[in-house]
Design a protein. Sequence first.
Length: 997
Amino acid sequence: MKIHGSCHQRGRSLRLTWLGGSAVVAMLAAPAAAQEDGTSTADIIVTGSRIASPALTSPSPLQVLTSETLENNGIVNIQDALQQNPAIGLPGLSRTTTANTTNPGLSTVNLRNLGPDRTLVLIDGRRSVAGVPGTAQVDLSMIPTPFVERVDVLTGGASAVYGSDAVAGVVNFIYKKKFEGVLLNAQAGISERGDDRQMVVNGTFGHNFADGRGNFMIYGGYVKEGAVDARSRSFSARDYTSLGTIQRVAGNSDANLTAAQNIFTPFYNPSNVGPGGIFVIGSQTNRVIQPDGTFRAYNAATDGWNRAEWGLLASPSERITFAGRVNFDVNDSVNVFTEVTYSNVVTKGRMEASPMRTDSALGAFTGTNGFYPIQSRVLVPGGNGATVLVNNPFVPQAVLDAATDRTGDGLKDLSFLLRTTAFAPGTRTIPTERDNFRAVLGTTVDLGSSWKFDAYYQYGFTKQNQSMSGLANLYNLAEGLQVITDVYDFDRDGSTTDAVCANADARARGCVPINVYGAGKLTQEMVDYLEVSMQRNSKQSMHVAAANLTGTLFNLPGGSVQIAVGAEYRKEESRDIFDPLTNAARNGYVQLTDTAGSFDVKEAYGELVVPILSDTPFFQSLTLRGAARMSDYSTVGTFYAWNAGVEWAPVEDIRFRAVYAHAVRAPNIGELFAAQAAGIVTITDPCQGITLSTQGAIADNCRAVPGILANIQQNGSFTLTQADLSGVGGITAANPDIREETGKTLTLGVVINPRSIPALRNLTFTADYFDIRLEDAISRVPAATVLNKCYREGLADFCQFVTRRTEASGAYSIGSVEQVVRGLINSGGSFSRGLDFTLNYSHQLFDGTASLSGAWTHLLKNGFRALTGDPYDNTMGELGTPRDSVNVGINWANDDFGITINNEYMGPQALDYENFQTLYRLADGSVPDSKYFRIKSKIYTDMQIRFTSIANFEFFMGAKNMFDVKRPPVWGGLPGNVNGTYDVLGRRFYTGVRVKL
């Protein structure tokens, strides 16, 4: 199973407060009302087309989020509102999924769970510069929410209209225009547990000038969101692992029934890598050095360290945003406009203390499998080259006696892995500041006879400055660990009993001897010598110039044949620069190498709308649509995207629609130009639990590896620790040879709006079938796929990407995976097929307007495959992709009072059952009932109450997750991103006031 993303935004689930009680009704029913009144309804540009048309004639499924909806739900970050849309999957990056990463505070959108890189984010139909270096992912936290008039969400491929990245669809933010007046807003919020404090203050001012020919708008806003500590919630306060994963027995065994029954039972499984560390001493692994200098075997009950309590559930942030827009009609035909936005975000991530190790690719002694000498041969001054063997005075005698020569140089060696909390403040903190700027200058010209021309130039950039504290300089660690007694007074301090660094050059550079042999041994001088911070500076910029021409070619019986043609030039650059230690993997955390690259693209496109028939029996309207785009990239060359559609309304109240789209995504800068980097991944080892007697091809493939066989002979079965599974090196790199990926989308739907029936004229029902297929996907082969291909299927081509340890080292067992190489390729893909339904109705009731909104997404099929030719892994109903998601919103309001209640149903979800069928087989070959791997459905309820006691002042208060529905018990060791699927913050309250003048 693969989930493309990962928060209190509740994942894929539907949330019809999206409709704000009647947002879609307002969009779909208002034109009919206007026509009945005899007023004219101006055509508008609907997202998905560059040709102006009535809102009712959207060719593809289009949902609209209004500014009223944002207000009625107390939205602070617009991502929270988008996550309530049925078509949007896991958020990818959000406040609760990035709190413990190097991307804190970012917010992205992920249509249909195809990945954020396949959702194109627009502002007023124009691209926006990315917020994530090297990608096309726009940071939604930079969007000035009160400046937004509406948000259009178009599902299905839209590359023919908007270009690359619109494989899954488009999210188009439409800003307010020609607004006149004053809007002021203040809001404060807090969770029931006293955290997640929020404060919002903003104001918008608009004014017409030059007798109404011009308008200017300015906006300023401040948002502060508080941190939520992991220790503040019981489910995240400790290092819990699924008890069932620990009890599982490799092969077929009836013990696996008990394991399956305990799959959602928590088991406290603290890290064996704590401040005291664990050592390899001679042939003995996982040894703990005691205060008296002796050592013993690690004991989880007394030596384990709780990593979880040091993390965050939600990252804190402060945002300042300014926006301005000016429109001016030069004359009746020419309008010029400019728009500027600027946002500054300061946020902070937090992680547990950094590992400080001698082993692995991120250790201080990579060339000797993590072993370093605790003895040194010291030249005797004036001794004609004679040497004397000097021990490390910090090493306890018992440890020295038990140590052996592991590298063949005649000196005794040790290896260790620890986490030091001596580096202030005891954790890794990741302070991050981002600046986003966007400016547009454009014009629209009415050429007469239905022809219009528009052109614009846009420039934008995102800058990021970031650091990570609490890391160790591995160059200094390597020199500082090689210590001797200063028997010849090399430092000329008059003492021959003190400790000094063994290497003379290191001493000249100010080397400080390091003592790690027991908890609390590091002095402040040692800490100052070791501690470093990672530094990261990035900038992503975008230049866009575009021109469009639209008009009528000729008339047919059904109406005017309309065309739009245009051209666009775009240049993007990205630079992501790290400090030298991070480049070289010498800070103990990760290797991140500098990435710098750019591309430009020249595009030409056209769109045609052909109304065949209108106002005839059984053909109220029949319209054909088509669009095509040619893109010439400086990186991957030329490719094409296109779509074709038809709309048929047999009568005024019913409209059928169908669109087929061939969409394309070009590789981004990071995918093309990023250098090789090393990180840490968590794996499930298919060989775990194998014994000498286990039968089958998997067991044979595993035992063929010498390290695995030695582990089995030593332990009776292939036994791994938590460190073995969660401390695996993951080597990643870009691929300059990858090409574009393609998506094929089919949507078939019906819109029913019975305007001819007075009692139902405000009823709108839509039903749409969607079928999306992604081919030649640009993807990084998951570590799990590499391991399964090697050991489950015996494919040697994949085994070459796996490196296993030939001996125990530090916390790592012999035979454990040391690293997995994961490259980028065009391979595999995914598909999603299902049904979307919406029902919206509003009616006058009790001196006010009542509205009912409902939506239901039902998945028919959903799957993923990492490699072309592999069978699809069925992910429908698995964690993050519920088969059914339903949302019902009820709203009632008049001039003085309003109430909104939203109920969100998230259907049952399950762990990757296909995988668990293999892992949990019983003695007779059968598998435990799937009920043991299933998560029950959840219902979340939100509510807001609004009232006006003073003219132009609206007071409001609300609650989110009103009944405090708990996160499901998905513990460590289980697949899926629970934080991105379910609410993890619990019941929260907010209150505020809005002033409209």
